[in-house]
Design a protein around this ligand. Structure first.
Ligand code: SF4
Ligand code: SF4
Length: 695
């Protein structure tokens, strides 16, 4: 199974600096996709008593498990990052592929695929890289507290025993106080970047947790975990609840009768095992009270994914169920929010379910904080889809004359006057507020503060969010864009098959990879006949090979250490075969190349003037050494060795080892594959994960 392997901090740092300076991009996200924000609008929100510069960020999922993911999500506009769930069982075997974002959105993946210690290092690394981004002005504007204040939200799972275990407890403590890890990484900053050693890196990374429990986790277990986190770990808590709370009849009714997804089948057992409605209300009451008594904060998150039968052929048939996300979950979850708000209107809600740029402003108008997204960022454009969320929100704010998120909630659905009437006692202040709402420049907060009643502002905003709920839920439920006919399209295939080089160069596979494992590099074009070497009477003899032809300069490669075989780049590639399977795969270490013997791929080591390359191609192993100063290369399959003038790809001589098997043939095209791919990825003009250590 593919495993994610974090790369050392200095290599990430070098790449970040090189790309930002030389290529106007960061981890392959081009500068035009960086979120800059508008200075005249204030998108800030409060989450668990802290300020974040806007309410959006990735849900605990594939977009925030590695350090580069955190940076990518942030550059594109995320200011509340729910880090991927960690748990005591950090040796998971996840079926592959594990993500199907073809149209609706299904997955069979769940928690962090890294070891606990690795996750911690990735999150600390991500936080430090963000400090570098801010300090070096990589967004293309000066750092600005109003637009760049960020919250890291931890996510832990899945049962009380695991969360109480010493490793998970010390993991949480280390996120609360990461000084030791920050200092360790600070010490690794290379000499030529020493100016970055003195930055004031954040060390208190997070004091809040979103709890993810198993589908089917008993009520007592959920409550026990939250109690433990609030009382013994001293953190604020959000508990993520399941869409099964809506009840099977309502879920099936919405899925089948309203939205038309007749092929999606739920199972009664999943509704029976999950938290029941009455239990959910009782435990949220008790936990809200407990948090209040401890001076901590508690809220709920709607929602987790929905367990449904695995009815497609995408995931292995060994998986009986899959987890639904995307468009249908958006409608289900909004309906669940409406039901919950009728019962418990005052519990703060964070939201995640089929969020995209079109529905994001309405999610804001519903008063959700944070609003997290996942499936949408797996589609073409990847993280680069996020700025549009915030642009559309800003457009909506300008349209209704709101300068702050609070004012937007009040004004977005025309419920401001009613919210004021519900919150402010009759009199001149109430009249002034209602009157001001008619003006596009109304500043309710200023009016309330001017009257010495500033504390009422939050109540007005909350009342408006509650009033907005029925209308905005009904609007989404009736919207054809969430229905089955609008969500059956599959990405176009053009019939051709990928191989190591050349393709239609659409570059879709780069941003759709949440881990930035695919990258663009350049080769020279090449077209020439070549000869193989066959052992005859103990000596290698040239024999006809074939024609090796690479027609394009623009190529795609894959960095194995960042690739977990999730399959998402294959979903959106117009050609057959999967970029992560067919394109040259580069390992980050010789150890990984040796360990994952079932995979083709390369490992490259550059030292002084010599590039050493280990390759496995169609099961055969090769070694290449290139002395760049003398332009000489030695290429061997362990039996026959060829000396070459490397820049001309021209053999000079060949030898065979003693007792070489008669008839053994060295495939010279393997050298051509290695030479083109390796020379291309090591080209320092384009930073990538392979050449990063040498930049
Ligand atoms: S590998 Fe596929 S997705 Fe990537 S650039 Fe080539 S054709 Fe496009
Ligand atoms: S390269 Fe493709 S298969 Fe690998 S992690 Fe990225 S999207 Fe998934």
């Amino acid at each position: 199974m593919a495993e994610l392997i974090p790369v050392p901090f200095p290599a990430l740092l070098r790449r970040l600096v090189a790309e930002s300076r030389g290529e106007a991009k960061v981890f392959d996200l081009p500068a035009r996709k960086f979120w800059k924000g508008s200075a005249d609008l204030d998108l800030s929100v409060r989450f668990h008593g802290r300020t974040a510069s806007n309410p959006v960020g990735p849900a605990a999922g594939p977009q925030d498990q590695m350090a580069q993911n955190i940076v990518l999500a942030w550059m594109a506009g995320s200011r509340i990052l729910e880090l991927k769930t960690v748990q005591i069982n950090d040796r998971l075997t996840i079926p592959r592929p594990c993500i199907d974002a073809t149209n609706v959105g299904y997955n069979v993946e769940w928690s962090q695929e890294l070891r606990l210690e690795e996750s911690l290092r990735e999150y600390v690394t991500g936080s430090m890289l963000l400090d570098v981004v801010r300090a070096e002005g990589m967004l293309g504007r000066p750092t600005d507290a109003a637009r760049d204040t960020t919250i890291f939200d931890m996510s832990v799972g899945y049962d009380l025993e695991g969360i109480r275990s010493l490793p998970v407890r010390s993991w949480i403590e280390s996120m609360k106080d990461a000084r030791r890890h920050v200092d360790e990484l600070r010490g690794q900053i290379p000499q030529d970047l020493r100016r970055l050693r003195d930055l004031d890196y954040a060390t208190a990374l997070s004091d809040q947790i979103t709890l993810s429990t198993f589908h089917g986790c008993p009520a007592g277990e959920i409550e026990g975990i939250v109690r433990f986190l609030l009382t013994e770990m001293g953190v604020h808590v959000t508990v993520k609840l399941n869409p099964t709370l809506l009840g099977r009849q309502a879920v099936d009714g919405l899925l089948h009768d309203v939205l038309g997804y007749e092929e999606i089948a739920t199972r009664q057992e999943d509704f029976d095992k999950d938290l029941q409605w009455g239990q959910a209300l009782e435990i949220t009451d008790r936990l809200s009270e407990l948090a209040r008594s401890l001076g901590r904060r508690f809220q709920v998150k709607f929602s987790n994914t929905l367990v449904v039968r695995n009815h497609r052929q995408f995931f292995p048939s060994t998986e009986a169920v899959q987890y639904l996300s995307g468009q249908p979950l958006h409608v289900l979850t909004l309906n669940l929010v409406e039901k919950y708000r009728k019962a418990r209107p005052d519990v703060p809600i964070s939201f995640s379910a089929g969020v995209d740029n079109q529905n994001f402003p309405d999610c804001v108008a519903l008063g959700f904080t944070p609003i997290t997204t996942c499936t949408d960022l797996l589609r073409p454009g990847g993280y680069g889809r996020l700025p549009r969320y915030l642009e559309r929100l800003e457009e909506g704010m300008r349209r209704v004359g709101a300068r702050t998120i609070g004012d937007y909630v009040v004004k977005a659905a025309g419920n401001g006057a009613e919210a004021v009437r519900k919150t402010v006692t009759p009199g001149p202040l109430r009249d002034a507020l209602v009157e001001a709402l008619a003006s596009p420049r109304a500043d309710l907060k200023a009016i309330l503060e001017g009257a010495g009643r500033g504390e009422l502002y939050e109540a007005v905003v909350h009342a408006a969010a509650l009033l907005n709920t029925p209308a905005l839920v009904a609007k989404a439920t009736a919207d054809p864009r969430y229905r089955a006919p609008q969500n059956r399209a599959v990405p176009r295939r053009i019939g051709s098959r990928l191989w190591l080089f050349d393709c239609i160069s659409c570059d879709k596979c780069v941003p759709v990879c949440p881990n930035d494992a695919n990258f663009v590099y350049e080769t020279g074009v090449h077209s020439a006949a070549y000869e193989n070497y066959r052992v005859q009477a103990g000596a290698p003899v040239p024999v006809p090979g074939g024609v090796f032809e690479v027609k394009r300069e623009h190529q795609i490669a894959n960095f194995q250490d960042f690739c977990n075989d999730c399959g998402n780049c294959d979903t959106f590639c117009p050609e057959e075969g999967g970029p992560y399977v067919e394109k040259p795969r580069f390992f980050g270490s010789l150890d990984a190349w040796r360990r994952l013997r079932d995979r083709s791929g390369f490992f490259v080591l550059r030292a002084d003037d010599v590039d050493a390359v280990w390759a496995r191609i169609r099961g055969a192993e090769y070694h290449l050494e290139v002395d760049r100063a003398s332009d000489r290369a030695l290429f061997t399959d362990g039996v026959v060795k060829v000396e070459l003038r490397h820049s001309e790809r021209r053999p000079l001589s060949a030898t065979a080892r003693p007792e070489a098997p008669e008839g053994h043939t060295l495939d010279f095209s393997a050298y051509l594959n290695m030479a083109l791919a390796v020379d291309g990825v090591l080209d320092a003009r384009r930073a990538n994960p392979v050449n990063a250590p040498y930049l």
